[in-house]
Every structure is written in structure tokens, then in C-alpha cells.
Design a protein around this ligand. Structure first.
Ligand code: BG6
Ligand code: MG
Length: 226
């Protein structure tokens, strides 16, 4: 039987708003001041979609210091990064919603599709609130309740479970390689936002958020599920 599109699971950072620059700024400072490691934009690509502690581990590995600190010290560095990050996101407003996203969310809602947020960020509820987008999301996954991070499908499966969507009838939207992999591992249809060099595996790819188009997604989903 043909599967029908029933709803959406969304990434936050890099899809709904550009918080990647704040995560990067905060990690850059902690890496430099506390770890003596200078990170660059290439390293930052590997921090996208990855949990706070996993991000610290990526940075430590990059600096060849993966065994240099105790778990307690690492927890302190992660906490320091989060304090810096939180100070940067305090002033966010609806003006920080990425281009096209407000209309895209409205179009999805108008057609009656439910949406859930599948962000690895523990700060996601705060950010959604600052952006005044809470009304669009029927559920927000609490990443503290997960056992594995992206690219594991767990976060996307949990998001779909929360709004009672069968995975094969769910579309996931992501800007990170780990996210596209997780969506597909869950058996969902993966919509990527970014360049083909990075997100070539997506089932449908848009160059940026301004190009996200619900009708195109419905057409591509139906063609793939026939
Ligand atoms: C993801 C970001 O959404 O959330 C990652 O892409 C970040 O860069 C992760 O590390 C965890 O965020 P937080 O806010 O819980 O530290
Ligand atoms: Mg993202």
C-alpha cells in the first residue's frame, strides 16, 4: 500500500535559526582559553548536530588531547561553554528565524500536518520560545532522555512517536550529515538544506531555507513511496 505523508520532524540549529555561529563562538573561546586548542570552521562542521559532550570530544580529538582531562573537568568545560552560549542566545528574537521558515511552518500547519522538534540541543525549548514558534510544534524531544546522538535514529523516532507518526510516513528536515543519516536510518524521508557536497545523500535537497517548498516535498515524497 502506498504510504501517505503524515507529518514532519524538524532539526532546529541551522534549519529554523542560525545558532551554529553561537555554538562555534562559545566553543572557540573555551577551546582556546581552557584547552589551548584553536578550532577552525572545518572543525565546526563536525560539531553540527552533535551533543554538547560529543562536541567537546571532537575538539579534544582534533587537539590530540582526548585523554588529557577527567570526566569532571570535561563536565566543567561543557558547562562553561553552555554558559557562554546561553549568554549569546539571550537576545534572540523572531528576526533570527531563517528566511522562508515562518512561511514554510505556516504552510505545513495550514495543510494539517503535525510537527515535532528533533534537536540535540537542551536549549531548544528556550530558543523556540524566543523565536515565538512554540505554537507550531506539538512536541519537542528532550535530548536528556536519549541514549544515543545523531546519526543514530533514536531522536527522530522519538519525535515521530511523540506525535504518533509512522516513520515511513514522516519527513525529516536537517542541515547536518549526521541528521540526514539518522532520518534515513529511521526509515523516514530526508529533506536536506545545504550543499550537495555535504548532503548529497538526502532524498530531496534545497540549497537554503528560503527555497524550502511544501508542494515539492509532497511530490518528491509521493514519487519515492509509490
Ligand atoms: C545541536 C547543535 O542542535 O545541539 C550542536 O547543532 C550542539 O552544535 C547540540 O552541540 C547540543 O546543544 P546544547 O544547546 O544542548 O549544548
Ligand atoms: Mg542542524
Amino acid at each position: 500500500m502506498d504510504e501517505l505523508l503524515k507529518g514532519f520532524v524538524f532539526d532546529l540549529d541551522g534549519i529554523i535559526t542560525d545558532t551554529a555561529k553561537y555554538h562555534y563562538a562559545a566553543w572557540k573561546r573555551v577551546a582556546q582559553d581552557e584547552l589551548g586548542i584553536t578550532i577552525n570552521p572545518a572543525v565546526n562542521e563536525h560539531l553540527k548536530g552533535v551533543s554538547r559532550m560529543d562536541s567537546l570530544n571532537v575538539i579534544l580529538k582534533f587537539g590530540h588531547k582526548e585523554n588529557a582531562y577527567t570526566d569532571t573537568e570535561k563536565a566543567e568545560f561543557a558547562s562553561e561553554k553552555n554558559d557562554l552560549y546561553k549568554s549569546l542566545i539571550q537576545q534572540m528574537t523572531p528576526d533570527d528565524i531563517l528566511p522562508g521558515i515562518a512561511d514554510f511552518l505556516k504552510a505545513i500547519t495550514a495543510k494539517g500536518y503535525p510537527m515535532a522538534l528533533a534537536s540535540a540541543s537542551r536549549n531548544a525549548p528556550f530558543i523556540i520560545d524566543r523565536l515565538q514558534l512554540a505554537e507550531y510544534f506539538s512536541a519537542i524531544v528532550d535530548p536528556a532522555t536519549l541514549t544515543k546522538g545523531k546519526p543514530d535514529p533514536e531522536i527522530f523516532e522519538r519525535a515521530a512517536d511523540l506525535i504518533h507518526l509512522p516513520y515511513a510516513e514522516t519527513v525529516g528536515i536537517e542541515d547536518a550529515v549526521a541528521g540526514i543519516e539518522g532520518i534515513q536510518a529511521a526509515g523516514m524521508f530526508a529533506v536536506g538544506v545545504g550543499s550537495p557536497d555535504v548532503l548529497g545523500k538526502a532524498d530531496l535537497l534545497f540549497p537554503d531555507t528560503a527555497h524550502l517548498n511544501l508542494a515539492q516535498i509532497e511530490t518528491a515524497f509521493n514519487a519515492a513511496r509509490k
